[in-house]
Design a protein around this ligand. Structure first.
Ligand code: 1CP
Length: 342
């Protein structure tokens, strides 16, 4: 096994960590903006296999990252389950909402998602042919709770209030929705693996708003089930889990869910994560994405601090969250040069 990312995921401590970046194909890159304009809009880009593969490859060509992440979005799964989905420029995603039994009853069964998601699998097939031999291909999906927060509210919400309200007021309906998303996620990720994804990542961007028993029931348990089912279907498949802002919930998360790697956000220090999370295996993270905007000496210092903290165990260098559209592409190069010691 030669690919650096796969070696780190297998638990190897490497002299220089493999690097990739959340949202590495994105609006901070002029070549991404050009291809997105050519596609027409964001969703058309997601469903156009040639162009989606092209934007996935752009950051690999420019920077030589150790991994490419499939270009798609976590909200394609709700759409494949029958929700309406559109993007409002400058604001973000909008979906038809699921708040009543009647809304739930019109959703499609998980087995029907492939009718919509076929082009995504085609993107994966193109990428597995075209990526350089040393680059690992990562597939992904949103975790059930995070996807449910968008389906219930019909948009991104700062506190996931509508999803918490449904959970507290109609728990059977909330749990039925989570169950449907869980089944769809297993089938979706499994098809990505069959098409050529070598690793999958589960994004639970809003895990931090689940507390106590809710965190166990709706973040940890679904991840455990998805990972167990994927590993049963695809023995040896490495999985990265990202229970963002889980705080203390990060402790033991890999052990409890069977994830091979836990991705860490910026609410915890690299030193804390090395002590409490890396003890169980590979960690991914966690440079603050603000440094991609501000650059300079502070970027170099913070990058070295992350590398140093995780030096004595398996580590994948990444940001703590996605790079933002106002980032400077030159700062990304400075980060990579600093990690690789140039
Ligand atoms: O205008 C544009 O071009 C759209 C911006 C954009 C992009 C580039 C969106 C809309 N999604 C994506 C791609 C995307 N989304 C990827 C592709 C690969 C890569 O990382 O390079 C991935 C992995 C995602 C995952 C995603 N989408 C998450 C989980 C990770 C995270 O950022 O926390 C979430 C929450 C979404 C929903 C979403 N899609 C897009 C936006 C702006 C949002 C957030 C909406 C909100 O909460 O307000």
């Amino acid at each position: 096994m030669t690919k650096l990312l796969l070696r780190a995921l297998a638990g190897e401590t490497l002299p220089v960590p493999p690097i990739w970046m959340m949202r590495q194909a994105g609006r901070y890159l002029p070549e991404y903006r050009a291809t997105r304009a050519e596609a027409g809009d964001f969703l058309k880009l997601c469903y156009n296999p040639e162009l989606a593969a092209e934007v996935t490859l752009q950051p690999i060509r420019r920077y030589g990252f150790d991994a490419a992440i499939l270009f798609a979005d976590i909200l394609l799964v709700p759409q494949a389950l029958g929700a309406d989905l559109w993007f409002v420029t400058g604001e973000g995603p909008r979906l038809s909402t699921v708040t009543t039994q009647a809304d739930f009853d019109v959703l499609k069964p998980a087995s029907m998602i492939h009718d919509t998601l076929g082009p995504v699998y085609e993107t994966v097939r193109i990428l597995s042919r075209e990526l350089p031999a040393e680059t690992t291909l990562i597939g992904f999906a949103g975790a059930p709770w995070t996807v449910a927060t968008y389906m219930i509210a019909g948009r991104g919400t700062p506190d996931q209030g509508p999803a918490h309200a449904l959970k507290d007021e109609n728990r059977p309906l909330f749990e039925a929705l989570l169950e449907r998303i869980t089944e769809a996620t297993i089938d979706y990720l499994s098809m990505q693996v069959e098409a050529g994804a070598e690793v999958v990542k589960l994004f639970d961007s809003w895990a931090g708003s689940l507390k106590g028993e809710d965190f166990n029931a709706y973040a940890l348990e679904p991840a455990k089930r998805i990972i167990a089912e994927l590993k049963a279907r695809h023995p040896g498949l490495p999985v990265i889990a990202f229970p963002r802002e889980a705080g203390e919930g990060y402790i033991g998360f890999a052990r409890a869910t069977g994830a091979d790697c836990v991705a860490i956000d910026n609410s915890v220090s690299p030193k804390w994560a090395a002590e409490h999370v890396q003890v169980d295996g590979c960690v991914q993270g966690n440079l603050d994405p603000k440094h991609m905007v501000t650059g300079g000496e502070a970027l170099v210092r913070a990058t070295r601090e992350v590398v140093e903290a995780f030096r004595n165990g398996p580590h994948i260098f990444n940001l703590g969250h996605g790079i933002t559209p106002d980032a400077d592409p030159e700062n990304v190069q400075l980060m990579i040069d600093t990690v690789r010691g140039a």
